[in-house]
Design a protein around this ligand. Structure first.
Ligand code: SF4
Ligand code: SF4
Length: 422
């Protein structure tokens, strides 16, 4: 495969189609669905998703079926398929798997990062209604300056710029450190993005009673929820949240999704702390997910802002709320960091993320909460993408971060989930 064809992903895919090969997308999550959207925007299509998750195999998503890994196994599969890998945190692992069964990169499979070198986070709300103790929203100073909500007109300008500069961005994430349902224009934003070929992923603590009907009617692609135990246990680490509100809103979302937009992916991340272990609690949430057809992902909890964790690695004590959260961790911070350091030589997935904040400022690194020493520009709209990338290089502190293995910290915790039993 020549370098010239790789620099033009559309030509690469068209060539595969000309050879009679079929395009399949590995990963039916928000990345994969966004990729499908981007293909269709560019006059192409895929015949199927491939996904490891048995719960979604056999389903039809965005008009194409979800198949299991067995579709890759026949010897002729390599010649007949072009697999596009859309798995954000696990791209390298999937590539290793494919190479292990004889597929060659850029011949039989392409990484989505080749087609779409950047992912976008558009933070439409810089406020949250909760104060989870694992999160910098709890009490961390100096915090973020803006406390703003993005308005619809500004959002439209952001979408227009993304579309101009990144034709293969099929999906964006509308959250990072805020609660997107607090923005009353959220449904219009989702509709506008979709009309412009971009799907939106959301995350919500589901404690605020938003206009959920309008939200689901806007057809977001993916909704991520979280819980950490049930009843009073939930409220320890979803601090400021109310279990009853959460549960009632989960039921509402489940019902509306079934009636209005059954294809919306809903995933519930169950944060495993010491107080949220125990078969009864986890089984309750697992059963709830099964009944509502949500994906259930139990994961070990961790302290989420790298500001605090990097400072800790460099000798500063954790802030009080993070110290409190640490007491509840099943996998202690030092243990998680030790695992992360073992992966210190791996790439950083966050490097390819462009984050636009609610006040149009831009964070150099999405994993760091504070604006201080982490701001590229005050106005995303005033700078071209090459200028932003150049400026980002000057601001980023990757060397310091990588030295501590920080860039693998979140991915490592995700991978450690198998180590925890009830
Ligand atoms: S973890 Fe999420 S829900 Fe909790 S305070 Fe932070 S942003 Fe809000
Ligand atoms: S290496 Fe660290 S600072 Fe650099 S982008 Fe990755 S997480 Fe952010």
């Amino acid at each position: 495969m020549s370098h010239a064809s790789l620099s033009n992903p559309l030509a690469l895919l068209n060539q595969a189609l000309k050879e009679g090969r079929q395009i399949m997308i590995y990963g039916a999550g928000s990345q994969g669905r966004g990729l499908l959207r981007a293909l269709r925007e560019n006059g192409l299509d895929a015949v199927a998703f491939i996904d490891r998750n048995p719960d979604i195999q056999g389903k039809i998503l965005s008009g194409i079926p979800v198949q299991g890994l067995s579709v890759l196994e026949p010897p002729e599969a390599k010649a007949e398929l072009m697999v596009l890998v859309a798995a954000f945190f696990f791209e390298r692992e999937v590539a290793d798997y494919l190479e292990g069964i004889g597929f060659e990169q850029n011949k039989n499979f392409i990484l989505y990062s080749t087609l779409k070198p950047r992912d976008y986070v558009v933070e439409i709300v810089d406020v949250c209604n909760l104060r989870c103790i694992s999160c910098p929203r709890a009490d961390r100073a100096p915090g973020r300056a803006s406390n703003k909500m993005m308005d619809l007109e500004t959002f439209k300008q952001v979408i227009a710029k993304i579309r101009r500069e990144e034709p293969f961005v099929g999906n964006i994430q509308l959250y990072q450190w805020g609660e997107p349902t607090l923005n009353k224009q959220l449904p219009e934003m989702i509709c506008h993005a979709r009309e412009n070929g971009i799907l939106c992923s959301l995350s919500s603590n589901l404690n605020y009673v938003a206009d959920f009907k309008a939200l689901i009617e806007a057809r977001p692609e993916c909704l991520r929820l979280s819980a950490s135990g049930t009843e009073a246990n939930y409220e320890i680490t979803h601090t400021g949240g109310k279990w009853k509100n959460f549960l009632a809103n989960v039921e509402t979302i489940g019902w509306l999704r079934r009636e209005i937009h059954p294809e919306m992916k809903v995933e519930l991340y169950y944060h495993r702390y010491k107080h949220s272990l125990g078969e009864q609690q986890q089984q309750f949430i697992a059963d709830l997910c099964k009944r509502l057809d949500f994906e259930f992902h139990p994961v070990p909890a961790y302290i989420i802002s790298l500001d605090d964790v990097l400072a800790y690695c460099e000798g500063t004590p954790l802030p009080p709320s993070a110290q409190e959260a640490r007491k509840h961790l099943v996998i202690d911070l030092d243990e998680g960091l030790a695992y992360a350091r073992q992966e210190a030589d791996l790439e950083c997935d966050s490097l390819r993320v462009i984050q636009v904040n609610a006040d149009l400022s831009m964070s150099a690194c999405m994993m760091f909460y504070n604006a201080e020493n982490n701001t590229i520009t005050d106005n995303y709209l005033e700078h071209s993408l090459p200028e932003i990338i150049e400026e980002r290089e000057k601001v980023l502190f990757c060397e310091r971060c990588k030295k501590q293995g920080m860039h693998r910290y979140c991915a490592t915790y995700a991978k450690l989930s198998e180590r925890i039993r009830y």
